[in-house]
Design a binder for this molecule. Structure first.
Ligand code: CUA
Length: 259
């Protein structure tokens, strides 16, 4: 009976880890990087504080509405000013905000930290696909691994593939490696975002943005362009396949051979 009443109960994913959005999802996708773990923990910490604020403010509000209803309080008080209470209700929220700011800034700056990257991935946003370049490796003529990544259209999708999320060429990256991602665009602003890795960065034409990434488990992580970039904005997904280092090196050598 309960299951029929609340679709949320039946829609809880049966798979252990979700690297993509699921119907009726209420919270974050499962984290795959220390930064995403930090974001989720910060969210939970702030949520804890918010519960008290919501409780306290609603309690005050309903109490006021109840006690100062004209039937219970026909003669209003003439007080219009109270210095003590004003100092309290100014300082108290300030202190709460300062308390929240400390872990928030710590997380913000650690997300920006570039810890001696072992690998650089260049991402170029285009209308409406992504181009990926691994400039660390060069072939005989100095060319680097470069490929385009298009969404798999509905009429070509295979059983088990995710509609609007699967791409023809996935980005392959090693786990437990500090990765630097350089981002730019060739036409308009796009945004390269993967929820489970905790990454979202604008790809701007004429600019080179930089983010760091550290994936701490294997998996296939799905993301989408997150900046309105034109008619096919919703059809330029991102797929990162995180593999063990030796598998990654094998992939690299295969790519080099194909060049
Ligand atoms: Cu590219 Cu939105």
């Amino acid at each position: 009976m309960l299951l029929k009443l609340f679709p949320i109960f039946v829609s809880v994913p049966t798979v252990a880890l979700a690297e993509f959005a699921v119907p009726w999802q209420k919270t974050f996708q499962d984290p795959a990087s220390p930064i995403m773990e930090g974001i989720i923990n910060l969210h939970h910490d702030i949520m804890f504080i918010i519960c008290f604020i919501v409780g306290f403010v609603s309690w005050m509000l309903f109490r006021t509405i109840y006690h100062f209803h004209h039937t219970r309080s026909p003669m209003p008080e003439l007080i219009v000013h109270g210095q003590t209470i004003e100092i309290i209700w100014t300082l108290f929220p300030t202190i709460i905000l300062l308390i929240i700011a400390v872990p928030s800034f710590a997380l913000l700056y650690s997300a920006d930290e570039m810890a001696d990257p072992a690998l650089t991935l260049k991402v170029i946003g285009r209308q409406w696909y992504w181009t990926y370049e691994y400039s660390d490796y060069s072939g005989v003529e100095g060319e680097s691994i470069i490929f385009d990544s298009y969404m798999v259209p509905d009429d070509e999708i295979e059983l088990g593939q995710l509609r609007l999320l699967e791409v023809d060429n996935r980005v392959v990256l090693p786990i437990n490696t500090h990765i630097r991602v350089l981002m730019t665009a060739s036409d308009v602003i796009h945004s390269w975002a993967i929820p489970s890795i905790g990454v979202k960065c604008d790809a701007m034409p004429g600019r080179l943005n930089q983010i760091s990434m550290f994936i701490n488990r294997e998996g296939v992580f799905y993301g989408q362009c997150s900046e309105i970039c034109g008619v096919n904005h919703g059809f330029m997904p991102i797929v990162v396949e995180a593999v063990k280092l030796d598998e990654y090196l094998e992939w690299v050598s295969n790519q080099m051979e194909e060049m």
